[in-house]
Structure formats: structure tokens, C-alpha cells
Design a protein around this ligand. Structure first.
Ligand SMILES: Cc1ncc(COP(=O)(O)O)c(C=O)c1O
Length: 385
């Protein structure tokens, strides 16, 4: 079953091809043969649906599941997702005890977090699995090199925790050759060496995201954490398209044309009349808007395959709908408008929308809202090649 053979019942839908996701996981594993793979399924698997994507990734050999927030990780456990799991975005008073009881590795970037996890582990009567995060140069979360010895020694002194991982995150992996990459890898080596010398024996050391997995073998260490590439989207145009990277887009977003009508020349279209018909024409109404995550910034530029041609959003993208100029072509209400997909049938890709909206593919798929039902295809891995 492909994206194009089934007509979507209802206003719109995001078809999620789990066979493509599994194939992408296998491709990424082949790129990082010496490392385990963590499937990053934060933000509802970048809009694709965390539970089915986590399950599919595991079927394709992902050893770990990663989320940003503890609530995301706990929801996966509640849905029956087992195996090694980690979450990294903690705030004071977070659900440490629930995470420890659910056997989730928790990231610790500072001594405040260590204190909270120690207390929670004591309360639970369990040993917490913690991964110490180093800020090797991203300047975001993570422990600064100057504070690292204190954190390492405090973790070693706490019998309530086991340090299972040492990890960090890259700032510019999507710009191969950027000087910060080598600098961060060098700081990471130093910080992990310090921790290991002090007595920590981590199960995993990791720093690579998708672009590093694809382009930087020296960053793979024991584990790579892949998000965007797993969903079949290139991390950056400079690295090539998904197709060039051997990846297959997982999400196909389509809608049912809501109206097709004749209008005279000189007719303004949508708020602000930023598009005016040049001649008598037909307009098609696509019932998706910025409330569904279609970027308003792509007004006048966002591409959509409808009536056998790729057309651009005519005028403003509104909250629930936008218009395309069908230029007299015959399109009926109920015909399918495909905003993006793998590109097999001439439809645009999420990467095309990223360009049109002056953003990144990550944002295009992640923002597709909850009003758009996700429909899963190729759920069964038995048919995989
Ligand atoms: C800490 C961390 N690791 C890994 C990833 C996955 O990154 P990517 O989607 O580029 O593979 C992210 C996502 O931004 C992240 O925040």
C-alpha cells in the first residue's frame, strides 16, 4: 500500500509509513556499525506519533529510545515500550521517582539535578541510572568543563546512583568542517577521560545526532542519537536531499479539496489580497492552515500537488485553509491535494516546504497539529526486505 493509492477520508491526514521509518533506521545503523542507535522520539516523534515510531524503530534494531521530557518517556513506558530509554530535559521538581521506578535513564547536567535524583532514588529504594551531560561547546544544557570534576565526584560519592552514560550534543554537525565540531569532540574526549579516570565506567558515551551519524564516524562512540534522519528528512540542504542520503520520507500530508470554483480576472484571494487572479480562473480550496502547522510564512510559496501539477499557495495561508490557483484545470471537491510526501509521484517534500517557509524540515513535520489524524501504513515488519 502506498501513500498515493488510498484516498483520505475526511478533511486531511498525515500518513505515516512505518516501513520507511524502519528502512531509515537500518540505513542509519549501517552508517554507524560500531555503535548502538537511539531513536529520538521527542515531540511526538517529530509529529509522527511517538508510540508507533518507537515500536517500529525498535523492530528495526534501535537499542535505545530517547525523549526530551520525562513525561514523554513515562508516556512511552505506560504504552508498553520497553528497553533502554533516556530523557534529558529536566527541571526542578520533575518526576524523578517515577522515572527511576520506570527504569528510565535520567540525564544530569548539574548538582541540583543530582541532589534531586539522589533523594528520589532513596525514596524509591532503588538505584537510579543517570547519564552525565557535558556541555562541550553547544552552550545549552549540560555541565561546563569547569564544573565537571565537582559533578563527577558528587555522582561517584552517591551510592543511590549509577552513572550509565556520559554524553553531549553538537552545535554545528549540520555544517561539515565547522571548526566547533573538532573542538567539541576534543572536549568530549577530555571530559569522558576525566570521568573514567575518576572511576566511572559508562555503558555508553554519545554525542552524535543525525548529521553526525551521516557524516562524522569519529563522533559515533558507543551510541548515535538519531531523530530527523529516521523520519526521512535531510538534517540540512548542504548534506543533500533525503533521497541523496538514502533516506525515505515517512510522513505524507494530504487534504481533500474542499471547493473548486470559477472566479473572474482581478479577483483578490485570501486575507490581504496578496494574490489577485490575472485572468478568469478556477480556485481550489485546501482545508489546512497554520492551526494545522502549515507555516503562514510560506504564503505565496508553499507547494502542493493538486490536479496533477505542483502549484503554490495563492495569497495568505490562513488558520484553517489556503487557496491554490488551478488555472482552469479540472479539479473537483474531494480530489486530493498532497502538500508533501516522499516525492515519488511528483509531490513536494517537507524539505521543499522548509525552503518555502525559510525554516528547517524539522519544524515542518513537528508542527503538524493534533487536528490532523495520523494514519499508519506498513505497520508490519514481516514484509520488510
Ligand atoms: C539531545 C539531542 N540528541 C539528539 C537529537 C536528535 O537530533 P537530530 O534530529 O538532528 O538527529 C536531538 C534533537 O534535537 C537532541 O536534542
Amino acid at each position: 500500500m502506498t501513500a498515493m493509492t488510498q484516498y483520505p477520508a475526511g478533511r486531511a491526514r498525515a500518513e505515516i509509513d512505518l516501513g520507511a521509518l524502519r528502512a531509515n533506521v537500518r540505513t542509519l545503523r549501517a552508517c554507524s556499525p560500531g555503535a548502538q542507535l537511539m531513536a529520538v522520539v521527542k515531540a511526538d516523534a517529530y509529529g509522527h506519533g511517538a508510540v508507533p515510531c518507537a515500536r517500529a524503530a525498535q523492530e528495526a534494531g534501535a537499542a535505545w529510545i530517547g525523549t526530551a521530557t520525562p513525561h514523554e518517556a513515562l508516556a512511552l513506558r505506560a504504552a508498553g515500550i520497553g528497553g533502554p530509554m533516556m530523557c534529558w530535559l529536566w527541571t526542578p521538581g520533575g518526576p524523578w521517582r517515577e522515572a527511576i521506578e520506570a527504569d528510565i535513564d535520567v540525564s544530569v547536567s548539574g548538582t541540583w539535578a543530582l541532589r534531586e535524583v539522589v533523594e528520589a532514588a532513596r525514596g524509591a529504594g532503588l538505584t537510579a541510572r543517570i547519564q552525565l551531560k557535558a556541555d562541550t561547546g553547544l552552550g545549552r544544557n549540560g555541565c561546563q568543563p569547569a564544573d565537571w570534576p565537582e559533578l563527577v565526584h558528587a555522582a561517584l560519592a552517591a551510592p543511590e546512583v549509577t552513572v550509565t552514560g556520559l554524553w553531549s550534543h553538537l552545535a554545528c554537525a549540520d555544517e561539515p568542517g565547522h571548526p566547533s565540531i573538532a573542538a567539541q569532540l576534543s572536549v568530549f574526549q577530555e571530559m569522558t577521560a576525566f570521568a573514567e579516570k575518576a572511576g566511572i565506567t559508562p555503558e555508553v558515551r554519545h554525542i552524535a545526532n543525525s548529521p553526525a551519524t551521516l557524516t562524522l564516524p569519529e563522533s559515533h562512540f558507543d551510541l548515535v542519537r538519531t531523530g530527523i534522519a529516521m523520519y526521512g528528512i535531510s538534517p540540512a540542504p548542504e548534506l543533500g536531499t533525503a533521497r541523496e542520503l538514502g533516506l525515505r520520507p515517512v510522513m505524507t500530508l494530504s487534504a481533500s479539496v474542499a471547493l473548486a470554483k470559477q472566479v473572474p480576472a482581478g479577483h483578490g484571494v485570501s486575507y490581504g489580497h496578496h494574490y489577485v487572479t490575472k485572468s478568469e480562473t478556477t480556485l481550489g480550496l485546501v482545508p489546512l492552515g497554520y492551526a494545522d502547522g502549515i507555516p503562514r510564512h510560506a504564503s505565496g510559496r508553499g507547494p502542493v500537488l493538486v490536479g496533477g501539477k505542483v502549484r503554490t499557495a495563492a495569497g495568505r495561508i490562513a488558520m484553517d485553509q489556503f487557496v491554490v490557483d488551478l488555472e482552469g484545470d479540472r479539479v473537483e471537491p474531494g480530489d486530493r491535494a498532497v502538500l508533501f510526501g516522499p516525492g515519488d509521484h511528483g509531490e513536494p517534500t517537507a524539505e521543499d516546504w522548509a525552503r518555502a517557509a525559510d525554516t528547517i524540515g524539522y519544524e515542518i513535520v513537528t508542527r503538524i497539529g493534533s487536528r490532523v489524524p495520523r494514519v499508519y501504513v506498513n505497520e508490519c515488519s514481516d514484509d520488510d526486505e
